[in-house]
Design a protein around this ligand. Sequence first.
Ligand SMILES: Cc1cc2nc3c(=O)[nH]c(=O)nc-3n(C[C@H](O)[C@H](O)[C@H](O)COP(=O)(O)O)c2cc1C
Length: 176
Amino acid sequence: MSESFRERLRALPDFPEHLPEFDPAAAPADPAELFRQWLDAALEAGVAAPNAFSLATVDDEGRPSSRMLILKDIDDDGWHFATSRTSRKGLELQANPHAALNFYWPPQGRQVRVTGDVVELSAEASAADWHSRPGADGSDNPDWQLYAVRPREIEFWQASHDRRHIRHRVVPENLR
Ligand SMILES: Cc1cc2nc3c(=O)[nH]c(=O)nc-3n(C[C@H](O)[C@H](O)[C@H](O)COP(=O)(O)O)c2cc1C
């Protein structure tokens, strides 16, 4: 690209002037609870769709692809998302049921990364998700699938202006 585009990119601000404090030692032990706190903070700061995340999957030759999705829930099954089984990501998950999630909330300079195995949730739960989508018209979609990522590792990342960014890594209890 042109020199001026490179300069423009380089001159863009990275994080806002005020960044929140984050003390991992004082954070809730339950990563789902900490995630909810960070999501609420993003919402209060006016982030549009703070429940949106990038989902990375790989095909059967190990080639990655990613796209944005909406988080549907977090419970004992894991971190839920829904999509069509016949989509690219649906087919990739069928061949290789592992994924990586990434949330980013610019006003706080915060990122949350989750990696883990992916399981399919029940047909009933998938249908319920399909019917509760905005714009649902009562029609069925047998290809719609609710999935859960069972975290192997979760990393809460807090930017800091002194560049000593904080990385709080949480390994779920059952894997410790
Ligand atoms: C903010 C945002 C949220 C999205 N949420 C979903 C979602 O929850 N489920 C879904 O199937 N696609 C969602 N999409 C569309 C996907 O990013 C993607 O374009 C589509 O699912 C096809 O992806 P694939 O071809 O890699 O399977 C969303 C897109 C954006 C930008």
